[in-house]
Design a protein around this ligand. Structure first.
Ligand code: PHE
Length: 433
């Protein structure tokens, strides 16, 4: 890896080779990718690649990962006393678009492929947008039960709960006919698959209803046990039907914690076409993907997602526990005062065929790459269309705050001016000052 391959060395300090965004190519994790018209990854984002917060001992994301591992290791034991689930946390976040989308049956024109929502190195290579990108390769490698933790990348707005890099834990389990029906009376007469069936809200066309119901029950049971282990016995859980191209039926799990329902994961019965293409066509499986920051923020009372990237000892030291099971409540660092500054500009004219030449995410991206960690929030305040010319203008408020010190007016003004300048030169907007 780019930073260090040794798991136990501190990897956040000291000089490290920097990823390079060149004229014709982008270098990341020691490989070089030719640029093309899809390239939109920024240096700020590439800086995060290789940080591997989930592998830094005692980091809160590592702590959650270790607790989930401990639960699966102790609760699911194979025939010879070995852990049933293998754990993978070192797969490169650089994946092909084929892995991230096609392998999961996401159609070529699906909105989740939008350039505005993802970080592309070029047309065929990207930073993974979810850990599901590895489902097919791990199933193909012969695994029947695995957990996979990793950093994932999505272009997003900036606020206390959204950050363009976060971490997910994926889980997959496959079952043979015998594994599904062995505990059922006369189960040997039942089958996972049926010919000539129909797809219904309950099941896929090739699956038998009885197999799906048992696998779905195992999935929900596994996840309810995991969440109860993390949150304690009083936690309330509910299931919401939803849609993913790679599972059917699909569910979201919501957890009621301190009065609020929050969505913690997506899951479902794996699409058989995916399982077949991974060479496990005689098995049926479930999969889930959960967000680690979400869980850590609630479990440890971490108020702002940007804190996960802090290298401030006052943050990190609070998670250095002798025992991963010990409860922690984060004591907030003193909050330094915010400063805000507004920016207004005329948008560029729409180009041919009504194609948008400016998107809000482009602006958020630009603010993030110029203002970095100083930017706490960007929000659209106001929009205006000139009655005569039809020109559109927007006004954004940028809230600046440093997590670790008080910012000066002067410092903020300089950054703000750089943002104004960059918006004009890079996005073709025209400032209204
Ligand atoms: N990959 C999905 C997401 O990021 C979550 C998911 C994983 C859903 C596995 C179903 C099965 O939202």
């Amino acid at each position: 890896h780019l930073w260090t391959s040794s798991g136990s060395l501190p990897i956040t300090d000291g000089p490290a080779p920097r990823p390079v965004i060149g004229q014709d190519s982008v270098e990341v994790l020691g490989a070089s990718y030719p640029r093309d018209d899809f390239t939109n990854v920024t240096a700020k984002i590439l800086d995060k690649v290789g940080r591997n917060l989930h592998n830094q001992p005692h980091h809160p994301l590592w702590l959650i990962k270790e607790r989930i591992k401990a639960h699966f290791y102790s609760s699911y034991i194979g025939r010879w006393g070995n852990p049933l689930f293998s754990v993978h946390d070192n797969l490169s976040p650089v994946v092909s678009t084929e892995q991230n989308f096609d392998s999961l049956l996401i159609p070529p024109d699906h909105p989740s492929r939008k350039r505005g929502d993802n970080y592309y190195l070029n047309r065929t290579t990207m930073l993974r947008a979810h850990t599901s990108a590895h489902q097919r390769e791990l199933v193909r490698s012969g695994l029947d039960a695995f957990l996979l933790a990793g950093d994932v990348y999505r272009r997003d707005e900036i606020d206390a709960s959204h950050y363009p890099v976060f971490h997910q834990m994926e889980g997959v389990r496959l079952f043979t006919n015998h594994e599904v029906f062995s505990k059922v009376q006369d189960g040997h007469e039942l089958s996972l698959f049926e010919a000539g069936g129909r797809r219904t809200p309950q099941k896929q066309e090739t699956h038998s209803l009885e197999a799906v119901k048992l696998v779905e029950f195992d999935l929900k049971n596994t996840l309810t046990r995991l969440i109860t282990y993390l949150f304690g016995d009083d936690v309330e859980v509910r299931w919401v039907d939803c849609y993913f191209p790679f599972t059917h039926p699909s569910f979201e799990m919501e957890v009621r914690f301190q009065g609020d329902w929050m969505e913690v994961l997506g899951c479902g019965v794996m699409e058989q076409e995916l399982v077949n293409s991974a060479g496990a066509g005689h098995k049926l499986g479930w999969a889930f993907g959960l967000g680690l920051e979400r869980l850590a923020m609630v479990l440890y009372s971490i108020p702002d997602i940007r804190l996960f990237w802090s290298q401030d000892e006052r943050f990190l030291q609070q998670f250095r526990l002798p025992d991963i099971q010990q409860p922690v409540t984060f004591q907030p660092l003193s909050k330094y005062p915010p400063l805000h500054n507004d920016i207004s500009f005329w948008l560029p004219e729409e180009s041919e065929a009504g194609r948008e030449s400016f998107t809000q995410n482009d602006f958020y991206e630009l603010v993030r790459s110029v203002g970095g960690e100083l930017v706490e929030r960007v929000s659209l305040q106001d929009e205006f269309t000139h009655p005569r010319t039809g020109r559109r203008s927007q006004c954004y408020r940028i809230v600046y705050r440093h997590m670790e010190r008080t910012l000066t007016q002067d410092e903020v003004r300089r950054v703000h001016q750089q943002i104004e300048h960059a918006a004009e030169t890079e996005l073709g907007v025209q400032g209204r000052y």
